[in-house]
Design a protein around this ligand. Structure first.
Ligand SMILES: C[S@@+](CC[C@H](N)C(=O)[O-])C[C@H]1O[C@@H](n2cnc3c(N)ncnc32)[C@H](O)[C@@H]1O
Length: 274
């Protein structure tokens, strides 16, 4: 066993990079090995090929509660309560599972329901009690269901969701459908003709910077004074941050940490009035 003195001498010598190679190799090998194992497990167990679903790590959920408390008027204890509420909502989970089984592409969907960052959307709707929530990009309808479950618990409000795909939204059915106004078409067409104030807006449709920016510009005149504007694409573009700055709002970002999934995670970008 080399003495500490000898090790310190090597660390300060020109041989240091070579001496450190085995340790550096072991560190990166362990990291890549864990990733390969997670990816292999996912290839075997999951059927998803896009819009991946997963749970968040417990620490990430705790960070999410603090994030929700920072962007809405609720306390962190209340935010934790909202997150626990949706995670423990057996009716919503059973509903989504049953609808997922009967979806148009059962071979490309998972039956297990994992909300990921959508629990943050839920908590924000619970905390702010919006009258009108607009979600662009319905896809299967998982986010729409989560938003509608929050509106339903609030006892006030509705969710307007839009998608260009006429097959979108197969998870949507009663008892949640009554809180959802589902539209088929381009999000920009919907926003251009939208005639009422929007209290919470979520961009989750075409994830190009141009389309994202165009949605923020189109929704801006419709927003109520304390509206929350969310982007599901803020881990990729700076459109919401730029728009927030240009319109005198604050921008914050929650960074997702999926539990046991190879995907590094997306996040929640939020613009709030200063
Ligand atoms: C990432 S998915 C939405 C995910 C969904 N919000 C959720 O929580 O799972 C994106 C969806 O946007 C839709 N989309 C793409 N371009 C669009 C557009 N111009 N207007 C409306 N929807 C669009 C796609 O058809 C797709 O279903």
């Amino acid at each position: 066993m080399p003495s500490r003195e000898f090790k310190d001498r090597i660390k300060g010598s020109r041989a240091a990079p070579v001496a450190a190679l085995p340790l550096r190799g072991r560190l990166v090998g362990r990291h890549v090995g864990r990733q390969v194992k997670e990816a292999a497990r996912w290839i075997v167990r999951s059927r998803e090929h896009e819009n991946f679903t997963y749970d968040l790590t417990p620490r990430n959920l705790e960070h999410l509660a603090w994030f929700v408390a920072a962007v809405t008027p609720c306390t962190v204890t209340e935010a934790r309560g909202y997150i626990a509420e949706i995670e423990g909502d057996a009716q919503l989970r059973r509903h989504a599972q049953a609808r997922a089984r009967s979806g148009p592409q059962p071979g490309l969907s998972d039956v297990s329901i994992r909300y990921g960052r959508r629990v943050g959307w839920y908590a924000m709707v619970r905390a702010t009690r919006p009258n009108v929530v607009v979600e662009t990009g319905t896809d299967k309808g998982l986010g729409t269901l989560v938003l509608a479950a929050a509106v339903r618990r609030n006892g006030v409000g509705r969710v307007v969701t839009v998608d260009v795909d006429s097959a979108a939204g197969h998870l949507i059915a009663e008892p949640y459908a009554g809180f959802i106004d589902q539209r088929i078409g381009d999000s920009l067409d919907l926003l251009t003709g939208f005639g009422e104030p929007v209290d919470l807006f979520l961009h989750d449709s075409l994830h190009t910077p141009e389309h994202e920016a165009a949605e923020f510009a189109a929704v801006a005149p419709l927003l109520s004074s304390d509206a929350l504007v969310l982007s599901d694409n803020a881990h990729v573009t700076s459109e919401l941050a730029s728009w927030a700055e240009a319109t005198g709002r604050r921008f914050l970002f929650f960074d997702e940490r999926p539990a046991g999934h190879w995907y590094p995670g997306a996040g929640i970008g939020v613009a709030v009035s200063s």
